[in-house]
Design a protein around this ligand. Structure first.
Ligand code: CTP
Length: 402
């Protein structure tokens, strides 16, 4: 998986830079072409000449050191790479990448490359646990960067704990394994709905619900990271999408969501309905702001379309998954919805459980497929839950007779 690959090795300024020498040597021994970019600080730990000798290629440090007038060095390097490996990745380079800062050769190439990027962090145990570093890593993870977690052990700073750069052999094995696996959803078209809908009653008032869209967005990011082309139909939420593989369509009402989902349904392979769609909308929408009256105001509500059910009726080759938000007997109710709406899987969400449901960053769910096999996914971040759900969908799609 490494042989004949162009590997760009980014070395940032930590003591673990010395391990990147062995990494360079092993990569070249395995038949990869290696070019090294160092930060100024990395060059204080290890001489660029060491990397030049081991990679048999010039080492790049300065963005403006343009060796060949016919090429722009940082773009040329970025385009050359099949794989980019950042090892060791310090808290600083992780922070720069997560915030789009390009102020030296390495950080600039990292923004310019379209290759798969693997990040092998190495830093002090407390730095690795700092909320800023965790947030930056999460951000990169959601954009599809692949992390090779540091090992635990004796650190150069004297502490014992997590933060030690993974051994070169393990880094290569992790990259090779990932490259060999290919992306779970490579070539697949995934359609996801997320967030609430808003149903207007007059120009300043509407009915909605507490869905934040975080679960659906996490699914979209995870599917895109797994190689899918994603269409994300998003209700009104205050979330950003970073991945270039996500085509986002913003909608407001259940009616608009229905339209957008059906517009993209026929060309999709996997459809996941994570949105909390309004079941009712005001029968009458007032053109002017309603003035208050001395009496009660009764708003008559009418049913919206059940989008998921209509997709279940239109289903051909698609794998269709829904969510069920419940407060009692979640799995039982979930299975009823799965059958009624002709789904392949339902993700049941006990919104009353600790750490689950609307708004928060974590969730607890049970995945049930159409043969009623159940998988509990215990309390964890919505990003982690999303990855687990996608793995289960991939498993069930594989089992499906063609
Ligand atoms: N759903 C939908 N259109 C609606 C209502 C729900 O597509 N008008 C979808 C949701 O996106 C979710 C699934 O149906 O994937 C289940 O939603 P939920 O609110 O749990 O259930 P309902 O079917 O609305 O049933 P109830 O409110 O009676 O529990």
């Amino acid at each position: 998986m490494i042989q004949n690959k162009n590997i760009l090795l980014g070395v940032s300024g930590g003591i673990a830079a010395y391990k990147a020498c062995a990494l360079t040597s092993k990569l070249t021994q395995q038949g990869a072409a290696v070019k090294v970019i160092m930060t100024d600080n990395a060059a204080k730990f290890v001489s660029p000449l060491t990397f030049q000798a081991l990679s048999r290629n010039p080492v790049h440090i300065d963005t403006f050191d343009e060796k060949d007038p016919a090429k722009i060095a940082h773009i040329d390097l970025a385009d050359w790479a099949d794989i980019t490996l950042l090892a060791p990745a310090t808290a600083n380079i992780i922070g720069k990448l997560a915030n789009g800062i390009a102020d030296d050769m390495l950080s600039t190439v990292l923004l310019a490359t379209q290759s798969s990027v693997y990040v092998a962090p190495a830093m002090n145990v407390h730095m690795y646990a700092h909320p800023a570093v965790i947030a930056n890593m999460k951000q990169l993870d959601s954009w599809g960067y692949h992390f090779i977690e540091p090992g635990a052990g004796y650190l150069a700073c004297g502490y014992v704990g997590k933060g030690r750069l993974e051994e070169p052999e393990s880094i290569i094995a992790a990259v090779a394994e990932h490259q060999g696996r290919g992306d779970l959803f490579s070539g697949k078209k995934v359609l996801i709905s997320a967030g609430p809908t808003q149903e207007k009653v007059d120009p300043v008032r509407f009915f909605t619900n507490r869905s934040s869209g975080k679960m659906g967005f996490a699914l979209a990011e995870a599917a895109a990271s797994a190689g899918a082309d994603v269409t994300l139909v998003a209700g009104p939420v205050s979330l950003e999408t970073g991945n270039k593989r996500i085509n986002r369509i913003d909608v407001v009402t259940a009616e608009e969501m229905y339209q957008a989902m059906h517009d993209h349904f026929h060309t999709s392979d996997i459809v996941i309905k994570a949105a909390a769609v309004a079941d009712y909308r005001p029968k009458q929408i007032y053109g002017e702001k309603m003035k208050k009256q001395p009496d009660d105001w009764r708003v008559e509500m009418e049913r919206t379309q059940d989008i998921l059910q209509s997709l279940g009726e239109a289903k051909k080759h698609q794998f269709l998954a829904g969510f069920a938000a419940e407060t009692t007997n979640p799995v039982e109710y979930g299975i009823t919805k799965l059958q009624k709406k002709n789904l392949d899987a339902i993700i049941v969400n006990n919104v009353a459980a600790e750490g689950a449901g609307f708004g928060g960053d974590t969730n607890v769910v049970t995945y049930v497929n159409k043969t009623e096999e159940k998988e509990d996914i215990a309390l964890r971040s919505k990003q982690e839950i999303a990855k687990e759900i996608l793995k289960l969908i991939a498993r069930d799609m594989k089992d499906e007779p063609k």
